[in-house]
Structures are given as C-alpha cells and as structure tokens.
Design a protein around this ligand. Structure first.
Ligand code: ATP
Ligand code: MG
Length: 550
C-alpha cells in the first residue's frame, strides 16, 4: 500500500483516538477493519477521497485492513460502469482494498434471514400502507407519530406476508417491512423505519433474483457486522442514524463483535460540487465532456487534469478530520498539487496565444541550437537543445504597441531577453486591416547567445518563445472555476487555445505533467498527445489567501 507509515501519527484526531482506545481496551481483540462503502451510482469525487484516505489510512497505520464494499441496494441508479471505475479510482489514489471488492448484494440472503429473525422476535412488521401515508404518520420534531393499523399483526401473519413479498405476490410499493421500535421516539430514525420495499427492478448483480430490497439502514450496519468491521466511519449526516444502527445490531446474533459507528465532517471545498447527483446532472446536461472532464472534481477528472494522487493524499493529511462541517479553500488543494509538480515536472517552452516575431538581422535560414535546463533548481535533470531561428512565436500578452507604465516586456524600442536564446529589440510591427498587430519586427544582438551579453547590460524581462519553423501544433485547454461562489455554472470555465510547442514536447508520455515556463503546469491528455490541460497556474494563490486571513 502506498502512503504507509510505520506507526500512528503523533497528534491523533478523534477517529484515531477512538481506534487507539478500542485497541487499548481490547474491544475487537486487537483487530482493525474499516470499510469504504460507495454506492455505485456515479464516479468518485474529491469528497470520497477524504473518506478513502481516512479509512484506508487508519487501516494501514494500525496494522489493519480496509474493505471496499459497494452499497448496491438501489437498483434503479446503479451500474457496472460505476463499479469498475470506483475500483480503479481507489487503486489510482494509492490504496489496495482487503481481498476482493465486497457487495451488500452478496449479503441479501443473510439480511433477509435476519429480517425474519426480527419478525420472529416481534420486532418487525409488514405494513400495507403506501409511502406517503407512512411518511405523513412519522410526525416531526415535537409532533407525535401515528402508529400504523398493521403494527400489531401476529408473528405468523407477518412472516407469511414477508415471505410473499419476497416471492413477488404483491405489486411494487404495496407493502413494506418496518422495524417495530417507537413511534414517539424523539429520534425520528427510530419511528418504525422501513427495512424492505418491493421494487421490480433488475439489479446490476442479482438480476431478477430479488424483488424486495433492503434500505440503507438495514443493509449498512448488518453488512458491517457480516464482514467484521470494527470502526464504521461515516459522515455527520448519519449521526442520528446511529441509535438505529445500534438497535438493529443489538437484536441479532453477530459473527463478530458489534461494529461501532463514528461520524466525521464531510469535505466541502469552495467552487466545488461534491454531490454525485449534481455531478451527474452536469454530465447529462452536456455542461462538461463527461465524468472525466478535467474541470470535474471527480478523481477521473483530476487525474486527467494532471493532479498527482500523492498530492491529494498530502492535502487530506493536512486538513485532517473534524467534528464540525466547514469549507476548505480549493486553493489549498491546488497548492499541494503545485508543490508536488514544481518538484517533479520538467520545464519546457510553449506559446499558448501566439504572436509572430521576425528577426530582421538574423542570417537567412540559420538555425542555432541553444541549451536550456530541464529544471532550473535541479541541475541533475540535465539540459535540452532548443532550436532558435529568425522567426519565432511569443505570447500576445508579451507585446504591447503602447505599453502601460511599468510594462517591461516587448514594446517598440524596448529590449528583452528570450530565455536561453538572444536579446531582441522591437522596431516595427505589421498590422491587419483592423489594426491588430500580427507580426513584430525585431533585431537581435548576435553577442547575446544564451541570454547574456559581453557588456553585461541588463534587461527587465525574460520571455519564453518557440521557433516557428520547428513548432509543434497542439491544443491547450486553460481552465477557470467550473462554478462560481454561488454554485452557478461559469460559462467561461474552459478556454481553448491553438498553441505552439517546442519540439521536445512532441512525444510526451500520456498523462505526464510539464511546466510550460511562465504559464503553469500542463498535463498531456491520456488519449491525445496534441492536447494539453492546464493543471494549475504558477502563482500560489493559497499563499495570498493566508496573508489576507492574517
Ligand atoms: P454523494 O452526496 O456525492 O452522492 P454519498 O455520500 O451519497 O455522496 P456514497 O457513495 O454513499 O456517496 O459515499 C461513500 C462514502 O463516501 C460514504 O461513507 C460517504 O460518507 C463518503 N463521502 C461522500 N462524500 C463525502 C465528502 N464530501 N466528504 C467526506 N466523505 C464523503
Ligand atoms: Mg450515500
């Protein structure tokens, strides 16, 4: 398993404290078995990554294991495509589930038997009322619940009806099985919750084998118990389900010690949708190219965008786990991505919004190979040869016909350094009919090869460039936030550029991330070598946010 540490960290959060306490008390005989329980109705997103890092992290830190268990109890929305993707994405994030993936549907027979067991003990009954009636009778806070007229059926009648439910004798929605707990309970979850409903929908794994399906509350804790889970770690919204979780387990003969549910705050990030339902809508409505669109906060999207899995794990370590919901700045995650890419990615030159430069005193047809470092801070990564010639591409932003104050880049009469190349001075421009500059005519200093002059004179700007004759054409996608701070879709979240790349960028391995000098980090698309996605920019926006917060 990646991301291992030999001992528990020094300052531990409340979830790990609980594990330590259980270990000290011998509650589970020294076992630690956690689980990550996704519903296979969408792709994993950055919120899931938090749960994965927590569950798998605890397992590895305490010498335990973590199951991957699909909570596949809603046949309408579940699909094999999601199952396969979730398995792959957990591995990509760097974690190896214990044994084969598990499925709640593997336990349907045991869950059914346990439901009969509740009926036999007078703790569950078949209700003939429809969902709306049952819901209306639940009451509310400070409002009493109303008992179903079917609540006091005999064990025999309940068993008979429940078996007929399983055998398909009734229409969808005609009957449900409910736990018989307390319709006046203060905790609404305990007001005779539904355990089984009838649904004639083929299931992704059991096909037409079942027409009744357990609810989350009946499937979840019992699946934990079947697997011998020790700490069942879930998000805060399940805190008020915990008494029900415990109630169900307390009435069954369990194969292991009773698992314990612990809740933590879910991860919320600014500018980030972390609801599968909403992400699916973005895909279905065509607002993004798919679940793996680089703008999506899915693991697939982040991977295509060039986020290293290790940066996501480091981010999760940094933010830790909390008992209260909060919102984390997306810039913090980006700073982890940037830090890692700064270390690992090679430097190259690319021009994403090209403007032609012609060097009028350059010897006709001459090409000079200049040497440029692969990584300025890491000489051990060596250098590369970059062709320089009399026609170059520079960024449109790096030239101004009428420069504003303190503009030191190229403008008429001004001299700049071309990185690893020569000094050039702009003398003239060619414009199109609209007056837009389409070409800058410059002269160069032949004594300035490598970006230095014999007289040591200084220029204030160093710019990147690409030799026009040698340039590789590519498409570059620049990204802005997918949603604004109100969660509204940003119509300008993607800018498509026709870029010019230095020749060394022609054969970058799929998925690799490169620093385009002065522009940011860019990932080669895994399916298209001529498509680059901007992973993150160079500027550490998180540092600015921190300064503002102080
Ligand atoms: P969604 O709202 O996106 O559908 P979910 O909780 O319904 O999320 P599941 O597939 O049930 O999705 O989630 C699997 C696990 O991931 C659960 O244990 C859930 O608590 C956890 N999880 C989901 N979203 C987050 C989040 N934002 N932060 C932390 N954990 C999360
Ligand atoms: Mg869920």
């Amino acid at each position: 398993m990646a991301h291992e540490s030999d001992s528990a960290p020094e300052s531990v959060d409340f979830v790990r404290e609980k594990v330590l306490a259980d270990l000290a008390a011998g509650t589970f005989g020294g076992r630690v078995l956690t689980r990550f329980p996704p519903e296979p109705n969408g792709y994993l997103h950055i919120g899931h990554a938090k749960s994965i890092c927590l569950n798998f992290g605890i397992a590895s830190e305490f010498g335990g294991a973590c199951n991957l268990r699909f909570d596949d109890t809603n046949p309408e929305t579940e699909d094999h495509e999601y199952i396969d993707a979730i398995i792959a994405d957990v591995r990509w994030l760097g974690f190896e589930p214990a044994g084969e993936p598990k499925y709640a549907s593997d336990y349907f027979e045991q869950l059914y038997q346990w439901a009969e067991h509740l009926i036999e003990r007078g703790l569950a009954y078949v209700d003939d009322q429809d969902a709306d009636t049952i819901s209306a009778q639940r009451g509310g806070f400070g409002q009493p619940g109303v008992e179903s007229p079917h609540r006091d059926r005999s064990v025999e009648e309940n068993l008979d009806l429940f078996r007929q439910m399983r055998d398909g004798a009734f229409a969808d929605g005609a009957r449900v099985l409910r736990a018989k707990i307390d319709m006046q309970a203060e905790n609404m979850q305990l007001r005779d919750p539904v355990l089984y409903r009838i649904r004639r929908v083929p299931h992704v794994r059991t096909g037409e084998g079942w027409v009744i399906y357990p609810t989350y509350d009946w499937a979840h804790g019992q699946s934990d118990a079947i697997e011998g889970i020790t700490q069942s770690i879930c998000t805060l919204e399940f805190a008020d389900h915990r008494p029900l979780y415990d109630w169900c387990l307390s009435h069954l003969d369990l194969p292991y010690e009773k698992p314990e549910q612990t809740e933590f705050a879910r991860l919320n990030l600014t500018h980030t949708v972390t609801s599968k339902r909403k992400l699916k809508a973005l895909v279905d409505d065509g607002n993004v190219d798919g679940w793996d669109d680089p703008r999506m906060p899915t693991l697939r999207g982040m991977r295509r965008r060039g986020y290293p899995a290790s940066a996501i794990r480091a981010f999760m370590d940094q933010i830790g786990v909390a008992k209260n919901n909060s919102i984390v700045d997306i810039e913090l995650l980006e700073s982890f991505v940037r830090d890692e890419l700064n270390d690992t990615s090679l430097r190259r030159m690319a021009v994403v919004k090209p403007l032609k430069v012609v060097i009028t005193n350059w010897p006709d047809g001459q090409v000079v190979m200049v040497e440029a470092p692969n990584h300025q801070q890491k000489p051990e990564t060596g250098t590369r040869q970059v062709p320089f010639s009399g026609e170059l591409w520079i960024e449109q932003d790096d030239f101004e016909l009428v420069p504003p104050p303190k503009y030191y880049r190229l403008s008429p009469g001004n001299e700049v350094r071309l990185r690893a190349g020569f000094y050039i001075t702009a003398n003239d421009v060619v414009t199109d009919d609209d007056g837009t500059v389409v070409e800058v005519r410059c002269t160069y200093d032949p004594e300035s090869e490598g970006g230095q002059t014999p007289d040591g004179r200084k220029v204030k700007a160093t710019m990147h460039w690409v030799s026009a004759r040698h340039a590789v054409d590519a498409t570059v996608h620049l990204y802005d936030r997918l949603v604004d701070s109100e969660g509204e879709l940003n119509p300008a979240s993607r800018t498509v550029c026709q870029a010019k790349l230095e020749p060394a960028l022609a054969d970058v391995a799929p998925g690799q991330v490169i620093q385009f000098e002065r522009l940011g980090y860019f990932a080669v698309d895994p399916d298209d070598r001529r498509l680059f996605h901007r992973t993150v920019g160079l500027r550490d926006e998180w540092a600015n946010i921190k300064k503002r917060q102080k």
